[in-house]
Ligand binder design. Sequence first.
Ligand SMILES: C[S@@+](CC[C@H](N)C(=O)[O-])C[C@H]1O[C@@H](n2cnc3c(N)ncnc32)[C@H](O)[C@@H]1O
Length: 414
Amino acid sequence: MSGGSGDERVRAQYEAYPYPQRDPKDEARRLVTGSPSHPLEIDHYLFGGRRDWRQPFRALVAGGGTGDGTIMLAQGMADRGCPAEIVYLDVSAAARRIAEGRAAARGLRNIRFATGSLLDAAELGPFDYVDCCGVLHHLADPAAGLAALVRALSPGGGIGLMLYGALGRTGVYPMQALLRTLTAGLPDAEKLALARRTLKDMPASNWLARNPYLADHLSSDAGFYDLLLHSRDRAYTVPDIYDLLDGAGLRLVTFIEPLRYDPASYLRDPALRRRLAGLDPMQTAAAAENLCGSLKNHALYAVPKSRPGDTVARPDDCAVPVLRDADGPTLAKGLTPGAGLVADLGGVRTIFPLPRLAAAILARIDGRATLDEIRRALPSAPDRPSFRAEFDALYAVFNGLNRMLLRFPAAAPG
Ligand SMILES: C[S@@+](CC[C@H](N)C(=O)[O-])C[C@H]1O[C@@H](n2cnc3c(N)ncnc32)[C@H](O)[C@@H]1O
């Protein structure tokens, strides 16, 4: 690592408080899933829905922590029978031991564990995919970290990142500064105890007290330490992220969930929505961030600018819609006709209108049927253009909320 004693402090923190707090025993009852790095998302956004999982796949999880991304990816590849190698890399040996315990609990044999800095990631490459979730913002030089990850990518590959969001973390940095003063020189356990007392005693006017969207510190010691006692972190606005990607020769494919980055999701006034409709993608996403105010993390996919063409799956007759972590018929039953879909966007309760055929289409999504098969199975048997208008309206909501993705099984079974 090249950030001197700052790097050593970050490593020491994750030796003492591996993040997130996980127990390998819990693997028996649940799989932790999230973004980035869900296999359906990787395929949809980086490989046009045409990734053939029968072919070898190499992924790097840079700053793998206690293993959430590694285990999700390794389990997903094992379930697909993909000859994959998932390389876990982290500076913390304590975090690695927990991740190894989780892999062992699941009997996963497709993970290679490495201890070291992501700045040396290229030595382990090349990779079809690189995950770096919640790590770059702890580096002395995040741009150098991202450049190192790009060097580890194969030319046709892509990256999934998560970086802290500046606005959503309102209140974090003044509290970190205060706690640094209050807890200087104390051992970790005493720092934590004093910091917790500070939060109980802080005035209602404090910006952390006034930010109800932050909850990481409420769940565990590791979460508390990570949010409020971290020795080094920074946060990004949407334009900062565009700059960071640009500097590394990357182009943004999408933020997750896309609808969070659409200002229209937060506004009802049609005049305002019209004014915002003509903005370019960065201005659009920045306007959404400024409006919403509570985006505390930015999850995204990006590809090298040198990769030609569109890497995103787009609906057509042969596309198979797949619901993420949900079952079509159950979802369909849960919808009230005309009521729309209620979603939580960064803590904001939002209702998205759904098209007339929403429930009928959802009920026929089984992860195998193509759009054309779904159309022909509908009792009303709509013609292609009317069906596409209905499906596109449904897709705008469900894909926008990251609940529906597409794949093309003729090219990529499984
Ligand atoms: C907030 S945790 C995120 C863990 C995991 N990616 C996740 O999302 O659950 C950050 C992790 O990055 C690791 N880390 C920090 N700097 C690193 C570096 N230069 N190279 C590799 N890992 C690093 C830490 O040890 C820690 O495990």
